[in-house]
Design a protein around this ligand. Structure first.
Ligand code: ADP
Ligand code: ZN
Length: 332
C-alpha cells in the first residue's frame, strides 16, 4: 500500500479527555474529535463511533494506535493485555482499551503509555530528535516517565513506572505523608501537582517564586533525574507537564541535578545541564502525534520521518509551534 492511501487512527487517552484523530500517510489531519473522559462505556463508545463514521465515509482504516494513561497491561502474553489495570480513576479499573476497536482494523492495534507516545512525538519532531536514548518526564496530575532506548520506547515485561520510585526526603520536607494511594511518599506522592497542592494548601501555580515549595520540588525531580541518569544513561532528559509551566523550575532542577551527580564520571561531568535537561518542544499534542506515528509504523513498517513539514514544527526548538492537531477539533 502506498503511503498516500493510508488512513491512520490515533487516540490520546487522558484522564480528562480523549483526543481522537484520523490522518493520511503524509501526517495531515483529516478529522479529529475531543471526547470528555467520563465512564468507559460513554467515552470509548464515542471514540468507536468516531472511527466507525470515518471508516464509513473514507474507507478502511489502515492502523489504529492508542496512547493512554495507565497503569496499562502491555505484555502481549498477559491475560489482561490491553487493559488499564490498577488506576485510581473511578470506573476505569480493568477496562479493556483494545477490544472495542478490534472490529475497525485488520492490522494489529498498538497500545502504549501516554508518556511513551509523547516520547515518540518528541523523538520524531521535538527535543528528542536524532537521539538514540533519552527520558521523557511529565509532572502534572501524576508523574509519568517514558524511556527511549535504542530508537524505541522501552517496554520490558511491562512499561516502566519510574514516577513511583522512592526518593530521599528533600531538605525541609520531613513530615509530609505524600498522596500516592499505593505508596504514600513515593516520588509521585511527594511531587506531582496534586501533592504540591496537598502539601501547601493552594495550587502550585499560585505559589510565589520565593516559596520554599519550589526548591523542595526541584530536589525531588532532580532525584528522579539522578536515578534516570545512572540507570538509563540518556543523552537527554525532557521534562514537561503542568508543574514545569513554572519555567523557573528548569534552572532549579538543573542546579540540584548537577549537585546530586556530584561530578561523578567524566561523561556526566562534561554535560551541559542546559542541553541535558530540557523542555518538550513537540507541542501539547505530542502524545496524539506519537499514536498516529505508531499507526504509520504499523502500516508502513517505518517511522514517518517525512511528517515533520506537515506538523508545522519549526527547527528552532526555542519557539515550539505545537502540533496543529487539537486546534479546531470538534468537542463531543
Ligand atoms: P495532566 O497531568 O492531567 O495532563 P497537567 O500536565 O496540565 O495535567 O498538570 C496539571 C497540574 O499542573 C496541576 O496539579 C496544576 O496545579 C499544575 N500546574 C499547572 N500550571 C502550573 C504552573 N504554571 N505552575 C505550577 N504548576 C502548575
Ligand atoms: Zn506511588
Amino acid at each position: 500500500m502506498m503511503a498516500d492511501d493510508l488512513l491512520l487512527g490515533g487516540i490520546e487517552a487522558g484522564g480528562t479527555k480523549f483526543l481522537c484523530a484520523l490522518a493520511d500517510g503524509e501526517g495531515r489531519i483529516l478529522d479529529e474529535v475531543r471526547i470528555a473522559t467520563t465512564t468507559p462505556a460513554q467515552t470509548l463508545g464515542a471514540a468507536v463511533r468516531f472511527f466507525e463514521d470515518a471508516r464509513d465515509t473514507r474507507g478502511p482504516i489502515s492502523a489504529l494506535s492508542i496512547g493512554s494513561f495507565g497503569p496499562l497491561s502491555l505484555n502481549p502474553a498477559a491475560h489482561d493485555h490491553g487493559a488499564i489495570t490498577s488506576t485510581p480513576k473511578p470506573g476505569w479499573q480493568d477496562t479493556d482499551l483494545l477490544a472495542p476497536f478490534r472490529h475497525l482494523v485488520a492490522a494489529p492495534l498498538a497500545l502504549d503509555t501516554d508518556v511513551n507516545c509523547a516520547a515518540i512525538g518528541e523523538h520524531l519532531f521535538g527535543s528528542g530528535r536524532g537521539l538514540d536514548t533519552f527520558c521523557y518526564i511529565t509532572v502534572g496530575t501524576g508523574i509519568g516517565v517514558g524511556i527511549f532506548v535504542g530508537g524505541s520506547a522501552h517496554g520490558g515485561a511491562n512499561h516502566p513506572e519510574a514516577g513511583h520510585i522512592p526518593v530521599p526526603r528533600a531538605p525541609g520536607d520531613a513530615d509530609f505523608a505524600g498522596i500516592c494511594p499505593f505508596h504514600g511518599d513515593c516520588l509521585e506522592g511527594l511531587a506531582c501537582g496534586p501533592a504540591m497542592k496537598a502539601r501547601w494548601g493552594v495550587p502550585a501555580e499560585t505559589l510565589p517564586l520565593d516559596h520554599a515549595a519550589w526548591d523542595i520540588e526541584a530536589d525531588y525531580l532532580a532525584g528522579l533525574c539522578t536515578t534516570l541518569s545512572y540507570v538509563v544513561r540518556p543523552d537527554r532528559i525532557i521534562l514537561g507537564g503542568g508543574v514545569m509551566q513554572a519555567g523557573h523550575m528548569y534552572t532549579r532542577v538543573r542546579t540540584r541535578l548537577a549537585e546530586k551527580l556530584a561530578g561523578y564520571d567524566a561523561s556526566l561531568r562534561a554535560l551541559s545541564m542546559d542541553d541535558y535537561l530540557v523542555a518538550p518542544t513537540a507541542g501539547a499534542s505530542a502524545g496524539l502525534t506519537g499514536a498516529l506515528a505508531l499507526s504509520y509504523r504499523t502500516a508502513a513498517r517505518q517511522w514517518p520521518m517525512h511528517w515533520h513539514a506537515h506538523l508545522n514544527v519549526r527547527d528552532d526548538s526555542l519557539h515550539p509551534q505545537g502540533m496543529p492537531l487539537a486546534a479546531g477539533g470538534r468537542d463531543v
